[in-house]
Design a protein around this ligand. Structure first.
Ligand code: ZN
Length: 338
């Protein structure tokens, strides 16, 4: 492949996509969780059509499907390139102002609109390999959303390249852009049959050349504690306080199975939100483990913590709800290897 004369569109695309607010919302029951994710998805369909990809479409759930048609008669599997349009609910995605730092010089990067936000060279070992390259950051007031608009822009530029370079022979390549990956629902409404790909590659990685063939298996757990409220003036030996019960559960979490104390393939239980008051508290967790038996064991461990904490509180009740999120793809890859 000769890229020397190809005017790469990936940076322009990335900046254009990053400015569109596509934050997902874990508390919304709809799919997509936020309508605004479709603002980007609609643009992607338009741009794909402009490349000559005539079947590009956005479905009602906010998924974009498109095909780079095969240009070889050789029998090859249909592959898919996939990425997600949403950005994390943890940090604002409104009014994103991407800044291109040309020919990075190896110094700390101070983000201009909040100068307390500094990307320190010595805290980010990956920066050393980027000296001389252009780096894109946010302005310090929002998320940039490179996760996963970098992946979206890469796939779009690859599609543009392949559509304008018919001398590169390939089979049919399906493109899939999903909503709601950040809230664990990215694959909920994928129509696998319609997608029709034997293999898929998610462009959502770390550094150049990095390939992952497995992930955590993931579940969500929601625990709702129903307390026994009374007037504080008449509370003695009566009141059973949902906030205090919840805090005992959090306190009872195993200290060696949290994101702060684990790395690589070590599993963890991670509280993500706490909401409520004296009468009722809802705790939300994500559970992550590389294999499903360990995942289920962690959920059982959390359930046992709940039971132990709740036992002395005879007037409190609780519910414990597990929501399956996704499974380590290796469990499937290992069985489908030919
Ligand atoms: Zn991502």
């Amino acid at each position: 492949m000769n890229f020397s004369t190809y005017p790469f569109t990936v940076t322009d695309r990335f900046v254009r996509y990053a400015k569109i607010d596509t934050q997902s919302n874990p508390n919304s029951p709809t799919c997509p969780s936020t309508e605004k994710q479709k603002d980007l998805s609609r643009l992607l369909v338009e741009e794909l059509k402009a490349m000559g990809i005539t079947d590009a479409e956005l479905d009602t759930h906010g998924y974009v499907y498109a095909t780079i048609p095969a240009n070889t008669s050789k029998q090859v599997p249909v592959i898919c390139f996939c990425s997600h349009v949403d950005t994390s609910p943890d940090c604002s995605g409104t009014n994103v102002k991407p800044i291109i730092h040309q020919s990075y010089n190896g110094k700390d990067i101070i983000l201009p609109n909040d100068t307390t936000q500094i990307i320190h060279f010595d805290e980010h070992p990956a920066l050393a390999a980027q000296i001389g390259n252009d780096i894109v950051t946010a302005d310090g007031t929002t998320l940039l959303g490179a996760d996963n608009k970098a992946g979206v822009a890469e796939i779009m530029d690859a599609a543009n390249y392949l559509m304008t370079h018919p001398e590169i022979k390939h089979g049919a390549i399906r493109i899939l852009f999903t909503p709601d990956e950040e809230i664990g629902r990215g694959t909920d409404k994928v129509d696998v049959k319609k997608l029709g790909a034997q293999l898929a590659y998610t462009m959502d990685g770390e550094t150049l050349g990095h390939i992952e063939n497995e992930t955590f298996s993931a579940d969500g757990v929601s625990i709702t504690i129903q307390g026994f409220p009374t007037h504080p003036g008449f509370a003695k030996n009566k009141m059973q306080h949902a906030i205090k019960v919840a805090s005992e559960i959090i306190n009872g979490l195993p200290k060696d199975k949290t994101p702060e104390t684990t790395e690589n393939k070590q599993p963890f239980i991670h509280p993500t939100s706490i909401q409520g008051g004296l009468e009722q508290v809802e705790l939300k967790f994500i559970i992550r483990a590389f294999d499903t038996p360990t995942l289920l064991a962690l959920e059982e461990e959390l359930r046992q913590i709940c039971i132990a904490v709740l036992t002395p509180y005879d007037k409190c009740t609780y519910t414990f709800k597990i929501t399956e999120q996704y499974r380590n793809m290796r469990e499937v890859l290992d069985t489908s290897r030919t």
